[in-house]
Design a protein around this ligand. Structure first.
Ligand code: C2E
Ligand code: CA
Ligand code: CA
Ligand code: CA
Length: 280
């Protein structure tokens, strides 16, 4: 139409076409995959650095695809967000989390059960039945709400802040612990922090890097200090090296999650980790 028929344009066109096809194929498989239990929770432990005690774990979704193997969430979460199934999917993951909590409470007592952080997507926050659903879920599994931590990514805080503040306030009143995920990744972090009453901050090391001499290191130290002033626990995630961990600890960050300690692992592997660690 435009007169551009150069191979470059044809190439991009083909690429786009094949990614659309790939997405349609995945989208078509998703409902059956949900019903067939192909989506599984993986667990990435979080530790108090000073003692090495586990404080909890983040639940991260994986798709055990019969043909493609284990797929990570970046391959299917965006598809769920576009095809409108994300709330169904997230509800499913939260239920898996509650099911595990129930088992661990039965096996280890409530004191020995790790708290679990689940991820919420932007669309979940704006559903009017979010809090009712979550309350019903923890009641059904007879799990204390404070063991289920809700991670809300910072980018979800951009639109409709009043609605978000309302949702977070309601969730906290119901006993859930609300964590601001990816703190510092966007432009609105400080503004959001000022207005939204969260309980915990999660800071991704990928955004800053950490060495004492770099500007990133100085910013990191200031963020840790700010969190302490605000009396908000801060979990550094994406901690990959001993140097990063030591630096974080030296500036007063108590809690860490990352490949240095453990990758996200399946339930059986996580339960073995649990056996070997004290949980606080
Ligand atoms: P996130 O919530 O920021 O989760 C942290 C991501 O960092 C995870 O990627 C984790 O595997 C990865 N990670 C952990 N430690 C390290 C490290 O030391 N270095 C590096 N480079 N990466 C590390 P993953 O599992 O691929 O998940 C990606 C994103 O998908 C998550 O980012 C989260 O936003 C989303 N997600 C995962 N599960 C769910 C879910 O059930 N529902 C929703 N709505 N989103 C989910
Ligand atoms: Ca998260
Ligand atoms: Ca994060
Ligand atoms: Ca992230």
């Amino acid at each position: 139409k435009s007169g551009y028929v150069g191979s470059k344009y044809v190439f991009y066109d083909e690429k786009l076409r094949s990614s659309v096809l790939k997405e349609q194929e995945l989208a078509g498989e998703m409902i059956a995959a949900l019903e067939g239990g192909q989506f599984v929770p993986y667990f990435q432990p979080q530790y108090r650095y000073a003692t090495g005690r586990m404080i909890g774990a983040e639940v991260l979704a994986r798709w055990n695809h019969p043909a493609k193997g284990l797929l990570g969430p970046t391959e299917f979460i965006p598809v769920f967000e576009r095809n409108g199934l994300i709330a169904t999917f997230d509800y499913y993951m939260w239920e898996q989390a509650c099911r595990c909590l129930r088992m661990w409470i039965d096996g280890r007592g409530v004191e020995g059960a790790p708290r679990l952080s689940v991820n919420l997507s932007r669309a979940d926050i704006y559903r009017s039945d979010l809090c009712t659903y979550l309350k019903g879920l923890v009641e059904r599994y007879d799990v204390p709400a404070e063991l289920l931590h809700l991670e809300i990514t910072e980018s979800a805080y951009m639109e409709a802040p009043e609605q978000l503040i309302g949702a977070v306030t309601k969730l906290r009143a119901a006993g859930f612990v609300v964590e601001m995920d990816d703190f510092g990744s966007g432009y609105s972090s400080l503004n959001t922090l000022k207005d939204v009453p969260v309980d915990v901050l999660k800071l991704d090391m990928g955004f800053l890097g950490a060495s004492a001499s770099s500007r990133g290191g100085l910013i990191l130290a200031s963020v840790v200090r700010m969190a302490r002033w605000l009396d908000l626990p801060l979990i550094a995630e994406g901690v990959e090296t001993k140097q990063q961990a030591a630096y974080l600890a030296s500036v007063g960050c108590d809690y860490m999650q990352g490949y240095l300690f453990s990758k996200p692992v399946d339930r059986e592997t996580f339960e073995k980790l649990l056996e070997g660690t004290a949980v606080e």
